[in-house]
Design a protein around this ligand. Structure first.
Ligand SMILES: [Zn+2]
Length: 240
């Protein structure tokens, strides 16, 4: 049997609260690189989508220019045909040239329709890309702000952690070594929280009933008591 005082139990509770807060801070700090990566990834993904769209636009512009030069070529051909018309000898040749010009004009009109459609589409897409670019700038500024605020929080939590760790050292050094040994053992067995209150005969660590014969010992609080089910150090607490 390990003897204990109510004050020591209170100290163990205090240590446990420090442990819980320490764990919370360590988790928070451990998550920061992931959160920063996520911010960067979101930004990169958005920028990549814009770059892809810009590539499509530049391809479309190339296609537009190639259509433009097709039209130009057909027009040159028509002009040359017209020049030839004055020196044509036969009716047959004359009509053949007129027919070719007709055909070239018909082709050009089709190509020009296609060019207009492409131009409309290009205008629309370029407008969207411009909007996305300005959205991206906004996102970049936001990301910088979010990173800064995360870094500030990180600094704050690191300081808090340091101070908690030194409090822990200071407080635990005053606890009886045997009690401390049992506390650390219980902590190791129970995922970090080795001390639990018993309220209305129920262990708050595992929600199981504590046998009534243990009540008196618990209320006297002279010796270290353990939950028979979860092996946490238990102490009596009045029900609310
Ligand atoms: Zn229990």
């Amino acid at each position: 049997m390990v003897s204990v005082t109510k004050a020591q139990i209170n100290t163990l509770i205090e240590l446990q609260n420090i442990d819980l807060e320490t764990t919370r801070i360590r988790l928070f700090l451990g998550n920061i690189p992931l959160r920063i990566n996520q911010l960067e990834a979101r930004l990169n993904e958005f920028e990549q989508a814009i770059i892809e769209k810009e590539l499509i636009i530049s391809e479309l512009k190339k296609e537009y220019r190639s259509l433009e030069s097709d039209v130009q070529m057909n027009q040159d051909r028509i002009r040359k045909n017209n020049e030839r018309l004055v020196s044509i000898k036969t009716n047959k040749e004359y009509h053949a040239i007129l027919r070719e010009n007709e055909e070239l004009n018909r082709k050009n009109s089709g190509v020009e329709d296609e060019m207009l459609k492409k131009l409309d589409f290009l205008d629309e897409e370029e407008k969207l890309v411009l909007e996305s670019r300005s959205e991206l700038e906004k996102m970049k500024r936001q990301t910088i702000e979010e990173r800064e605020s995360l870094n500030k929080e990180e600094e704050k939590e690191k300081k808090k952690l340091d101070s908690l760790l030194s409090s822990w050292e200071e407080i635990s050094s005053k606890v009886d070594p045997e009690v401390m040994k049992r506390f650390n053992l219980a902590k190791g067995q129970t995922n970090g929280n080795g001390v639990a209150a018993v309220v209305d005969s129920v262990c708050q660590g595992c929600n199981m009933n504590i046998p009534p014969q243990r009540y008196n010992e618990l209320q006297r609080c002279n010796s270290l008591e353990f939950c028979p089910w979860c092996h946490r150090i238990i102490y009596w607490q009045e029900s609310k």
